[in-house]
Design a protein around this ligand. Structure first.
Ligand code: NIG
Ligand code: FE
Length: 452
């Protein structure tokens, strides 16, 4: 048993069927075969003091040392206990859904299959025609900050109920200074109010807005000009570097400036086409490079080689290839087998992945990317925490880590991704407070202590 001696104890969890600690990887992400390690303690328990874990180990030992001084004891008999999910990639602040576009794409798919030669309507065609991301930009610009707080809070509640305790959230549906700041302020406000720990990212370069349609370079210059002002509100800067979005040269310009200003670096790359984003991410010391449905063989090797030098985590987003009905998916097997550290995220947004449910993403990772359940669990906890630079705080059940834990109403972890489409999360503990119990949200005030 690992423990830190303390006088008092707030919560004790006892008798779990399986306790997945994910311990031992807070310094370096898991790669290769390590991604199958869960640090599983059969019949495990843990003790929480304030906002941190005070002890993690066999239930019997926890019981004898902590049960008598605990304010609350939770019996997890027959259940799985694990770290809260970390979603390292979302676009959760937006107004308006896009079901019309989805139906259009579905019909386009049917037309293409019948080979009638009628113009296809896929995701990038719709964006080119001024829809897609730009449709959401129109709706988001019209919404007030208060309205966006209300809408986003609802999404965050859903995420928390499904076990997400830390989430990155990007701007990128404002695409002018006023509206990008508005979105980042929504994230800031909800970061204080909501129990989920939010990590804000500036994604001014998400798409070229309509008013710059004929002058994309002018838009890049504008983004560069906003960055000093945006800096106080965002930890990371990201660019959508892909066909139909921003070129590698434009991404380089923005991200080099971002690095100078002290942003952490993220990059959307290879969702539709490989423009060479991995090379740029490596050069910049990016924290993560995301999507990579298309990536060159040599870049997989480079990413694997960069691990010891704290290279980027690859964040795979299988909800996107699934929802856009893409035949091509990320080569997760090759990446893991060669030693690339993999995390999984939802990419929650109204266009390419409308689910914020990390449990479903794990199922898709297993079924469409051929990841094992153990790899998927590492990818939504400790490796996802590395993709946000927070693995020293969250992503594992270890003494000293922030007490973010889930109790799942399943006897064994393989059931989690296997029995898909239902919510297995019964209890959520966030920084030492029970915020979901009996699959219901508890009232929250002040959001609780945050990670520094
Ligand atoms: O990650 N790739 C760019 N952005 C999102 C999609 C956003 C949207 O369609 O609204 C993505 O897939
Ligand atoms: Fe994205």
């Amino acid at each position: 048993m690992k423990e830190r001696s303390g006088e008092q104890c707030d919560i004790v969890i006892l008798n779990s069927n399986e306790l997945l600690t994910l311990a031992g990887a807070s310094q370096r992400p898991r790669t290769g075969r390590e991604m199958r390690e869960l640090g599983l303690i059969p019949n495990g328990g843990l003790a929480i003091e304030g906002c941190e874990f005070a002890a993690v180990g066999p239930s019997k030992e926890i019981e004898s040392r902590y049960a008598s001084k605990a304010k609350r004891i939770i019996d997890a008999s027959g259940k799985v206990v694990m770290p809260g999910f970390v979603d390292p990639h979302t676009h959760a602040v937006f107004a308006g859904w896009r079901d019309k576009e989805w139906v259009m794409r579905l019909e386009g798919t049917v037309i293409r299959l019948r080979r009638t030669g009628i113009e296809k309507r896929d995701y990038l065609d719709i964006l080119k025609a001024g829809g897609g991301i730009l449709e959401t930009v129109r709706a988001t610009r019209l919404a007030s900050q208060e309205e966006l707080v209300k809408m986003t809070k609802k999404h965050l509640d859903t995420m928390l109920l499904h076990g997400t305790t830390t989430a990155e959230v990007k701007s990128g549906y404002g695409l002018d200074l006023e509206n990008e700041l508005k979105i980042l302020k929504v994230i800031e406000a909800l970061g204080k109010e909501h129990p989920i720990r939010l990590v804000p990212t500036f994604l001014g370069a998400h798409a070229v807005p309509a008013e710059y349609k004929d002058n994309p370079e002018g838009y890049v210059e504008s983004v560069l000009g906003w960055m000093p002002e945006v800096k106080g509100l965002a930890k990371f800067c990201d660019v959508f570097c892909d066909e139909g979005a921003f070129s590698l040269a434009q991404a380089r310009k923005i991200l080099f400036r971002a690095k100078e200003l002290g942003f952490g670096i993220k990059l959307h790359a290879g969702e539709f086409k490989d423009l060479g984003g991995v090379g740029l991410a490596l050069q910049l010391g990016a924290t993560s490079v995301d999507h990579l449905d298309y990536v060159a063989e040599k870049d997989i090797e480079e990413m694997a080689r960069a691990v010891e030098a704290k290279g980027p985590i690859t964040v795979l987003l299988p909800g996107v290839s699934f929802f856009l009905s893409r035949e091509n998916v990320a080569k997760a097997r090759a990446m893991i087998d060669r030693g690339v550290p993999i995390a999984l995220g939802t990419d929650f947004n109204p266009g390419s992945c409308p689910t914020p449910n990390m449990q479903l993403i794990m199922t898709l990772a297993c079924l469409t990317l051929r990841m094992t359940p153990e790899e998927a669990i590492n990818a939504v906890t400790i490796n996802a925490a590395h993709a946000l630079g927070y693995a020293h705080r969250v992503g594992s059940l270890e003494v000293g880590q922030r007490a973010d834990a889930l109790i799942l109403d399943i006897p064994t972890y393989t059931r989690l991704a296997y029995q898909f489409g239902v919510n297995h999360v019964e209890t959520v503990i966030k920084t030492g407070k029970v915020v979901v119990e009996g699959e219901r949200l508890m009232e929250y005030v002040g959001g609780g202590p945050k990670i520094d």
